[in-house]
Design a protein around this ligand. Structure first.
Ligand SMILES: [Fe+2]
Length: 595
């Protein structure tokens, strides 16, 4: 049984292939098309999934799309007509795109793949999110929380799910409560993202990165734009927003009256907290003070988001009586909030889909069809995220030879891991492109830039000389799983699934954070990635060898891409990115290229 899951035409397009219930391939279109957050029809990702599964489109039993287009069309129609004539611009633009593309989704899928109508299924957006996390988790039953910008109408759900592992249960997801558009935690966070000078649907994690440098002094003001009840349900005061009636403005002039002038898009960011000695090259006291105000606003929206999610979790716990929580939706990328949910909520165990945003909807749609619509027993648990394309030694060698690049080849992985660990110990910044690329937005060692976390200067070197991005953006520690509780305030790391996917921030232990300053955020936290041999042998071995040399079982890991570009996919992408950056060496498959 071959089931192809698809998401596209809104945020991140993706395709996944389930074969007899096993996830054999999953990839976002942007990795192939090289268009960041590509939302077009995922033809490259589909073709990759089919070839990975050794099939053609004619072998597909079902294609499952991650939302119901007509329901969504109805929402856009009625919400824009509701604010007409103010919404004329958004009405006109959305009608054009809907009549050009989106209303014909069904026809386009059938046409592109050459399949019959009966093989095409649609699953609602939040049900896809819910299935993407529950049917990838190891649980028999769980509470579910999905929170995003918006699907068809829904922006938030609380649900309960059960699984049939052995014929004794039932595969079922009941979404019990929902919050509907325009009341949306994701769109609220995006409005602040725009206000703080970053791109919506792209810069949300920059707001999270800015927040630790501020104090949550504006919580009361944030509560003027969002009213949150004790159970975590909320509504927005729409007088402060424009996203429902404008194509290019998320917030209104009333919002500006409350929070002041928006920050200039992508302007230089420094504050008295980021540079206590005033040593930023552009230092100006007045600008620093203005930026401090923006950092305080970032801290305030982050705090309200975390507190609201925690209240929703308690509500989900009380409503469902389950000890397990499955999270998905774009807001589940908020790793600071996830960490707090894992530490502070009543749930014993938390699972987050490694692609919690809309790309993950493709996986959820396929999993829902397989388990609920077709009634197959569960057997799949998502143990890792290495589900993308990999390239053969011949393909890599040919690319290098054709480009006339001098390289060294390793016959033995152990010797290669030793070379990588030595480079790191010597202060070199290395890049790795090897094996299958990762599913979801995080590079987890197969398309990564690695560096020595003990060297404070690495933060600046990697940010400004290698990735050309904002110097305040933090890096993540990849740590051998067995040492995670030595460095971070946690126990039983093997039970903390989100740590595998770098999806939760934890406080460092007091005496350890200063040993790894390049991956310790302001305030003493880290967005931990735990690494186990069975998930990624070479990556594990590199960190193990680095530990043997230095006594530190941690490396700095950041995605292998330059600012604004998708993470590398092919050998050519890796060589191009390497040559345009200050990275010292590239480990491409089993080949080493040096500058
Ligand atoms: Fe979504």
């Amino acid at each position: 049984m071959n089931i192809l899951g698809l998401s596209c035409f809104y945020h991140d397009a993706a395709a996944v292939l389930l074969q007899d219930g096993d996830l054999v391939a999953a990839a976002e279109e942007e990795r192939f098309s090289r268009v960041k957050h590509d939302h077009g029809f995922p033809k490259h990702a589909i073709s990759y999934c089919l070839s990975e599964g050794g099939i053609t489109a004619q072998d597909i039993d079902y294609v499952v799309f991650y939302e119901k287009p007509l329901l969504k069309f109805e929402r856009i129609l009625s919400s824009t007509l509701g604010t007409y004539p103010m919404s004329w611009g958004v009405f006109r633009e959305s009608m054009i795109t809907w009549f050009n593309d989106k209303l014909w989704i069904k026809g386009q899928i059938l046409g592109e793949l050459g399949i019959e109508t009966e093989k095409l299924l649609f699953v609602e957006h939040h049900l896809s999110h819910a299935a993407s996390t529950f049917f990838a988790s190891p649980y028999k039953e769980a509470a579910i929380l999905t929170v995003d910008g918006v699907g068809e109408w829904t922006t938030t759900t609380i649900g309960k799910a059960t699984a049939d592992w052995d014929g004794s249960g039932e595969n079922k997801i009941d979404l019990l409560n929902e919050i509907r558009y325009p009341h949306s935690l994701g769109l609220l966070y995006s409005a602040f993202t725009a206000f703080l000078g970053f791109r919506v649907n792209n810069g949300e994690y920059k707001v999270m990165g800015m927040a630790p440098y501020g104090k949550p002094t504006r919580i009361e003001d944030v509560h003027k734009v969002i009213r949150v009840a004790a159970d975590g349900s909320f509504d927005l005061d729409m007088d402060y927003f424009s996203f429902h009636r404008s194509t290019n403005r998320a917030f209104s002039s009333k919002f500006e009256q409350l929070f002041g002038e928006p920050r200039v898009h992508d302007s230089v960011f420094y504050t008295p907290t980021t540079h206590p000695n005033g040593d930023h090259p552009d230092w100006d006291r007045d600008v620093a003070a203005i930026n401090q105000n923006y950092a305080d606003i970032a801290a305030s929206i982050q705090a309200v988001t975390e507190d609201t999610l925690l209240k929703m979790c308690e509500n989900a716990y009380d409503t469902t009586g389950s000890n397990n929580l499955c999270l998905a939706g774009g807001v589940a990328l908020n790793s600071v909030a996830n960490g707090r949910i894992m530490r502070e909520s009543s749930f014993d165990s938390v699972f987050v889909q490694p692609a919690p945003g809309d790309s993950g909807g493709a996986l959820g749609a396929a999993l829902y069809a397989h388990h609920v619509l077709l009634g197959n027993k569960r057997k799949f648990v998502q143990e890792h995220a290495y589900l993308g394309k990999q390239y053969t030694a011949d393909e890599i060698k040919n690319t290098l030879d054709n480009a006339g690049i001098y390289y060294k080849h390793f016959d033995n992985d152990d010797v290669m891991a030793e070379s990588m660990a030595s480079d790191l110990n010597e202060g070199k910044v290395i890049s790795v492109a090897r094996g299958r690329f990762e599913w979801g937005p995080r590079a987890l060692g197969n398309r990564s830039i690695l560096a020595d976390p003990r060297r404070d200067e690495m933060k600046e070197i990697v940010n400004t000389k290698i990735k050309f991005r904002e110097p305040f953006r933090p890096f993540a520690p990849a740590i051998l799983e067995r040492f995670a509780s030595d460095y971070y305030q946690l126990s039983d790391a093997e039970k903390l699934y989100p740590l595998r996917y770098m999806l939760a921030v934890y406080p460092t232990k007091d005496d350890k954070g200063s040993n790894i300053p390049a991956v310790t955020h302001f305030g003493g936290t880290g967005r931990v990635q735990t690494v186990r041999n069975e998930w990624n042998t070479l990556y594990h071995s590199v960190i193990e060898k680095f530990w043997e040399k230095t006594g530190v079982p941690v490396v700095l890991n950041t995605s292998f891409n330059l600012r604004g570009e998708p993470i590398v996919n092919t050998p050519s992408d890796a060589i191009s990115t390497f040559s345009r950056s200050g990275i010292d060496s590239l480990y491409l498959g089993n080949y080493l290229i040096k500058k």
